[in-house]
Design a protein. Structure first.
Lengths: 85, 368, 352
């Protein structure tokens, strides 16, 4: 359930009383309903499911998560300096 | 693609796998609720890379799979009505009803159209004022806000030739039903990431406490799935049972409040049949009184649909995680993606289809 | 229509038994189409040339080896980014002949036109057919036109049939694949299918993706000049790379082992596939070929392909193996394995 793809908002506008926008997914641009992400604006990334942005992506969180992964195993390597990586 | 490729990094995957291997000391059975997670696991071969102590039980998180047979038959009947344009997500086209599927209805002359978004169905209704447009509104909590917006817009713009056949299902009641089942073996849950983007994860806290199960909000990319599994294994090994968020870039505890507001404006909770499982009380959403006029089931009085499920199909046991698809006697023989007996073999994320299509029924030698 | 056919003797699984009418999936290039061929056409028409199940027939006539092929085009919309039904109609048959190693020479064109199609649309299509034929170096020498009632025919349906000469010493057929062979592809996958998706009602999106429709006979001639020992050639049209490789694996009773990371896919096509929940290996191509060749020739052939305007992104994508005969398997980006199975009907966008 829930094929949600990250994309970057490139335009925001009103259409028939709803907040809509253009979202760029790696070069593909699709019209997306932005009613559920009132805090998101041009330049922000969102997760889009069936043509609706359901959340704004938190860049800082993403970086922290990746950083944690990168650091995995470093402590163990430090404790076993003679093992080959 | 940003926010995708970083979470598919092969090197980081190996690191996480090593971490998991280092912490696990005995067998654990955990369930990934979401069909999208099942798809990602099988598609990427994650299940093959995990240490043998970890058993992944594939959950009923495939709305295509659990849509009640009666609803499918009702959809087929409505789609066959001459003036109707029946719009649906692609996933539903091949789901077998008692006798046929939407493709057969299309081949017999029904106007069945695939749409990407419910708003596309609304546009079709606007562009075809003399036709009745019915949208098949299935899904978990992730899809419900989109479907809700379609009827909100229909009402606002007075698009009266639009209606929706609603079949929404909710995750927390399903988890509770699973935990209460005497045959349950699940010791922890990977909660569905995008469902939680919408609903938050506070609803799972009482469940974690009551049943003493770790519940970790998990995403879909290989790193996300492994991160979720890693946190679960840590909790299980340490005897903890908490709700944690391993998909923090897309999920907050309270969820998406604007979406929840629209959901409460449009839907009300109801009992729901889950195909292959049975009736789970208070586990679905239907249109409430303010929007009942857009209900496709009420608008089209199709004769009593009698649902006849195949007796050979063991989807129910698969959905409850009691058997693996390749343990079903019909798997790969009477039941294939080409000639599916049940929905789990049709949906691209149904466990049976995933197993079949990604070859989990013949031993696949590793590629050197 | 089905009264004269006794289907009771057909071995399960047999979707025709369950779909009493033809459904769209039967035209998808996947298992349903294959079943029609295997259970309906082959038994009825019954000859060796047909039984080889290549995209065209290799025939011996008066001492020469002729290639003969036919293809019908039913695409909608008629004009799409990068091409039209007219380009497909010419290039498709030219390519089917080229996949037998033949030099394509002559084409026929049959058109079934829907009443009401504007003459200037027809004119534009005919111009493009002529241009495509000139580019491919073939002549359209005979044809036929019919008109059907408005409401039937999607604007226009075009069939082209073609003949060409297969040079001596060239024997290209799916059965020739051998363990150890290199599997090459002439460029990026999924361009055509996603270009069509981008203009399909209900699924449209803005994109730079264009169809890759192109005549490959020039490239094939250049490859044959390097070596005649090319085992298999196939253009992965509907059903994509996956369907073609599965058919070849079954025909030759070999396994095929790929690596996901070696598959050349444009980032935009990959993004479009993500968005719609589709897999590029199942998406149609109209200007690409798969070549299965002895490993010692792989480098030279890749070099030749890359020097050709339609082969700039040619790549090695895997090998033929003796393991898992009849199956296509790929190593995933994270080191797991997945089986790339035959798709059933058409690949559909999904939300789940």
């Amino acid at each position: 359930m829930c094929l949600g793809i990250p994309g970057q908002i490139t335009e925001v506008y009103e259409q028939s009383g709803a907040r809509m926008g253009k979202v760029n997914f790696g070069g593909i641009v699709k019209e997306v309903c932005l009613e559920y992400v009132p805090e998101a604006s041009v330049g922000d990334y969102t997760i889009v499911h069936v043509g609706f942005a359901i959340t704004k992506l938190d860049e800082q969180s993403a970086c922290e998560t990746l950083q944690l992964f990168h650091e995995l195993g470093i402590l163990e390597e430090e404790l076993r300096p003679d093992d080959t990586g | 693609m940003k926010y995708l490729s970083e979470f598919r990094d092969g090197e980081l995957v190996q690191k996480l796998l090593a971490e998991i291997r280092a912490v696990v000391t005995r067998p654990w059975a955990m369930m990934e609720v979401c069909g999208g997670q099942t798809h990602s696991i099988i598609r990427n071969g994650i299940d093959q890379l995990l240490p043998p102590e970890i058993e992944l039980i594939h959950g009923p998180g495939c709305p295509v799979c659990v849509t009640p047979l009666e609803t499918i038959d009702r959809a087929l009947a409505i789609a066959a009505i001459p003036n109707v344009i029946f719009c649906s997500f692609g996933d539903m086209l091949r789901v077998p009803g008692s006798e046929k599927d939407l493709f057969t209805v299309k081949s017999a002359g029904g106007d069945v159209r695939i749409v990407y978004s419910p708003l596309d169905a609304l546009k079709i209704a606007r562009d075809n004022p003399t036709r009745e447009v019915v949208f098949f509104g299935i899904g978990f909590e992730t899809t419900a806000p989109a479907n809700a917006m379609a009827v909100v817009q229909a009402k606002k713009q007075g698009i009266d030739n639009f209606s929706m056949l609603v079949s929404h299902v909710l995750v927390p009641p399903a988890i509770e039903a699973l935990m209460r089942s005497p045959s349950n073996r699940v010791q922890a849950f990977l909660a569905a990431g995008h469902v939680c983007s919408v609903m938050g994860y506070w609803q799972y806290e009482p469940l974690a406490g009551k049943y003493h199960v770790p519940i970790v909000v998990t995403g879909f990319e290989p790193l996300d799935v492994l991160a979720g599994i890693h946190r679960i294994v840590l909790q299980l090994e340490q005897g903890r049972a908490q709700v944690e968020n391993a998909y923090s870039r897309a999920v907050q505890r309270e969820g998406n409040l604007p979406a929840q507001r629209v959901l409460s404006e449009v839907f009300e909770i109801c009992d729901r049949q889950w195909r292959g499982i049975g009736m789970i009380p208070q586990s679905g959403w239907q249109l409430n009184a303010d929007y009942r006029s857009f209900d496709g089931a009420a608008r089209f009085n199709v004769e009593n649909v009698h649902a006849n499920e195949s007796t050979l199909c063991h989807s129910g046991e698969v959905l409850q995680g009691l058997i693996k698809p390749n343990q079903c006697p019909a798997f790969g023989k009477a039941c294939t993606p080409q000639k599916p007996l049940g929905a789990t073999m049709v949906s691209s994320e149904g466990a049976c289809a995933a197993y079949y299509n990604y070859g989990r029924f013949v031993p696949v030698e590793s590629i050197q | 229509m089905t009264n004269s056919i006794d289907i009771s003797g057909w071995v399960c699984p047999m979707p025709l038994r369950d779909y009493p009418q033809i459904v769209l999936g039967h035209g998808g290039g996947g298992k349903l189409s294959g079943d029609l061929v295997e259970h309906l056409f082959l038994p009825a028409f019954h000859n060796d040339a047909l039984a080889s199940l290549a995209d065209g027939a290799a025939l011996t006539l008066a001492g020469s080896r002729l290639a003969f092929s036919t293809d019908s085009y039913v695409v909608r919309p008629l004009f799409f980014p990068g091409g039209s039904i007219a380009d497909l109609a010419v290039n498709g048959t030219v390519n089917d002949l080229a996949m037998l190693g033949a030099r394509p020479l002559y084409l026929s064109v049959g058109m079934i036109i829907e009443e009401g199609l504007p003459i200037d649309v027809l004119g534009a299509l005919v111009d493009r057919m002529a241009a495509a034929a000139r580019q491919a170096g073939v002549q359209i020498v005979t044809g036929d036109t019919k008109v059907v009632d408005k409401g039937h025919g999607d604007g226009i349906y075009i069939n082209t049939s073609g003949i060409g000469i297969i040079p001596d010493g060239v024997h290209i057929a799916p059965q020739n694949a051998r363990p150890g062979d290199a599997v090459l592809v002439s460029g990026t996958l999924g361009d055509h299918g996603m270009a069509i998706m981008s203009v399909r009602e209900g699924l449209e999106f803005e994109t730079q993706i264009v169809s890759d429709s192109a005549p490959l006979n020039g490239m094939v001639e250049a490859m044959l000049a390097v070596t005649r020992e090319i085992h298999v050639l196939r253009d992965p049209t509907r059903g994509g790379l996956a369907s073609s490789l599965n058919e070849i694996a079954r025909s030759a009773r070999v396994g095929i082992a790929l690596e996901d990371q070696w598959l050349p896919i444009r980032p935009e096509v990959a993004a479009a596939c993500e968005l719609l929940g589709m897999d590029a290996v199942y998406v149609a191509n109209e200007g690409k070929l798969i070549a299965i060749v002895p490993p010692e020739h792989a480098d030279a052939l890749l070099e030749t392909m890359r020097q050709h305007p339609y082969g700039k992104d040619a790549a090695l994508i895997g090998h033929v193996v003796a393991d898992h005969p009849g199956r296509v398997v790929s190593k995933t980006a994270i080191g797991g394995t997945r089986v790339i199975s035959m798709q059933i009907g058409e690949q559909l966008p999904r939300i789940c």
